[in-house]
Design a protein around this ligand. Sequence first.
Ligand SMILES: *Cc1c(COP(=O)(O)O)cnc(C)c1O
Length: 362
Amino acid sequence: MNSQAAAGGVLTIDLGALADNWRNLKARLKPGAELASVVKADGYGLGSEQVAAALAKAGCSSFFVARLDEGIRLRKALCKGERIFVLDGVLGGTASEFFHHDLIPVLNEPGQIKEWTAKADGKAKAALHVDTGMNRLGLSLAEFEALAPALDGAGLCLLMSHLACAEERENPKNAQQLERFNQMRRLLPPLPASLSNSSGVFLGADYHFDLVRAGVALYGVNPTPGQPNPMAQVVQLQGKIVQVRDVDLPETVGYGATHKVAGRVRIATVAVGYADGWPRSLSNRGFGVLNGVRVPLVGRVSMDLITFDVTGVPEGTVHPGAFVTLLGEGALVDEAADAAGTIGYEILTNLGPRYFRRFVGG
Ligand SMILES: *Cc1c(COP(=O)(O)O)cnc(C)c1O
């Protein structure tokens, strides 16, 4: 049995579009700036090993993950001397793992710096995270001022911070963080610097520094919300129709009887549910595309199934085994996210393990 036939949904990941997105972003950077790829959370849910290999082939030589475990797995997939930064940094007792797997910790707080300088003794590289207004990870200005004179032994290769509102071009917080970052940079001898995520690319060259850490835009999510998406769509998700039925007044569809049919309609039941990461908040709000026709998701999203009103689709084309496109064919990740009351990041990272995954364009 081929697993495409056995699965309820097919997730197609276009590695060619991913590589195009990397080149697109890279071309927008100021000359000499490096474009690193953020492949945390299994490459935003798409498969970090395949994604990172495709990006490395496109020319990317620095990668960021969140967890040490993700870094260890990624090192096995790359193993060619690409730099792998671990955003969590060196949590207690893990320094030797960084040496062993050739990973670079992002040191976030004084305890991590202490641990690293004691264990690495200047022989291994680390990045330093300073906080410029996010108040999540990184040294505060006061901590940084106190520690800056003693950072010689940390083997620093990058000074970084993170923007809180980069996707809001007009937000004054961006300029405030930029200024604080420049102020903090001056407290250390010259060191390569990094401030921006995907959206930061579009804030202008002042935000690019030596390295940009792009994540979501590589995967096709719009880094400039409210404006046309400059990125190519990477993900296509298709759900398989399990059953088609005609329903007439006064019937209802799904749990809670939340959808009352308005007359005689045709309902297609598709083998994707919230257990596959298709948000329950899309109940009576989502849509799919069937043979080029947009079809509304009606009734509640259940664990394994969703139901579409396919009355508007030419007969004959709607049958068990046919696919309803949930992402792709003009159905954008951002659009599904908006309808679900979330962001594209969450739609992608929730894409579940039950899909048959297909990588194309690699
Ligand atoms: C996740 C993350 C990124 C990537 O952000 P995108 O908005 O996906 O481009 C960059 N830097 C840090 C510190 C992150 O945590």
